[in-house]
Ligand binder design. Structure first.
Ligand SMILES: Cc1ncc(COP(=O)(O)O)c(C=O)c1O
Length: 364
């Protein structure tokens, strides 16, 4: 049996008529750019996330880049983020000409350790970007508290956290703005690249929309030199069809995570979910001894395990210029050496026992 990390084919088969209709309707209208589906998705996804405005863009990376620019991040500035994230979080900071300043994680949640942020704040700090990694919100209250004391905006990297909740509020409504990715494998995934900025700040939303569309406010009037970072209408139509299922898919992901937790209790270290969050399990991440061996064995038996991420940002060749050393972020490094992502996708409930059985074999 082969069980992928995430099964996009199974999902497509489950909702095929809706997806096919959505695609056909856009082709029939040929409104491929800036079609009304983009505007509708912006409204619907912003509402889903508890925010007033949404700005559809071409990817999560573009969402982060534009939102940081909107916050005034520019050359010479510093932006604080976590050492344990996908490279795009730091890339977006770099694109603005700013320097990513990294912080170690809380080893239980894998998210930025709020207690370690203040010591990294300097006169050059312009923003803080917590990442809601694996679909679990970062501990926002202490982050907002330290940011507030220093007059800094907090931008959520919610690329893995569609619908996740922190103390009853959704990812997307916790900071000044939040950035989502609709990369195909995400909990809400397009059939290509797409992303969105959500915010309660109308000015910020308008500015990002203008910059994503070549700095224009009217067809031939360009107020600023912007970018071509718009969301395709086709992707918006697909995402709207899938958004209708997202609450149910999230419930199923949470149920699968609970079943894994039950079946793996006492076997491996399972994910920690504090009472005040509701995680959406974009990834289900365990810790195991001799991780590389276990990973290899699982792959050999057809289990699409993953490692998110095996090399922390500060040890990536791309970020050598930042001057960090091994040992700078011990909790991040320890996680990178022991974490393992097990398959999780809403259509897999019947396959859990097989994954658990194969994992038990791989551990011995
Ligand atoms: C935490 C995080 N930030 C940013 C991104 C970038 O999103 P995209 O791949 O849509 O550009 C991703 C997605 O891969 C992500 O997981």
């Amino acid at each position: 049996m082969r069980i992928p990390l995430c099964d996009l084919k199974a999902q497509y088969l489950y909702i095929q008529p809706e997806i096919d209709d959505a695609i056909k309707s856009i082709i029939a209208k040929t409104n491929f750019i800036q079609g009304e589906e983009v505007r509708l998705l912006e409204k619907e996804f912003a509402a889903f996330s508890g925010a007033r405005f949404g700005v559809g863009v071409a990817s999560g990376t573009d969402a982060l880049h534009l939102a940081l620019l909107a916050l005034g991040v520019g050359p010479g500035d510093e932006v604080i983020t976590t050492a344990h994230t996908f490279t795009a979080t730091a890339e977006a900071i770099y694109y603005c000409g700013a320097k990513p300043v990294l912080v170690d994680i809380d080893p239980k949640s894998y998210n930025i350790d709020p207690a370690k942020i203040e010591e990294r704040i300097t006169v050059l700090t312009k923003a803080i970007v917590p990442v809601h990694l694996y679909g679990q919100p970062a501990d926002m209250d202490p982050i907002l508290d330290v940011a507030g004391r220093h007059g800094l905006p907090v931008l959520e990297d919610a690329c893995q956290a569609h619908g996740a909740e922190y103390k009853g509020k959704r990812a997307g409504s916790l900071g000044i703005a939040a950035c989502f990715s609709f990369y195909p494998g995400k909990n809400l995934g397009a059939y290509g690249d797409a992303g969105m900025i959500v915010t309660n700040e109308e000015k910020l939303a308008k500015w990002c929309a203008m910059m994503a569309d070549h700095g224009r406010t009217e067809k031939y009037s360009h107020d600023c030199i912007g970018y071509g970072k718009r969301m395709d209408t086709l992707q918006a139509a697909i995402l709207r069809a899938k958004l209708r299922h997202l609450e149910a898919w999230t419930e199923t992901r949470r149920r699968i995570a609970a079943l894994y937790n039950q079946k793996l209790a006492g076997v491996v270290e399972t994910p920690y979910e504090p009472d005040w969050v509701s995680a959406v399990y974009h990834l289900y991440v365990i810790r195991v001894p001799e991780r590389d061996k276990v990973f290899q064995r699982l792959r050999e038996t057809g289990i699409g395990a993953g490692i998110h991420y095996p090399i922390p940002l500060h040890l990536q060749p791309a970020y050598a210029y930042l001057g960090y050393q091994r040992g700078d972020f011990p909790h991040t490094e320890e996680a990178a050496d022991s974490i393992l992502s097990l398959p999780i996708f809403p259509e897999m409930e019947e396959q859990i026992d097989y994954v658990v059985a194969q994992l038990k074999v791989a551990l011995h």
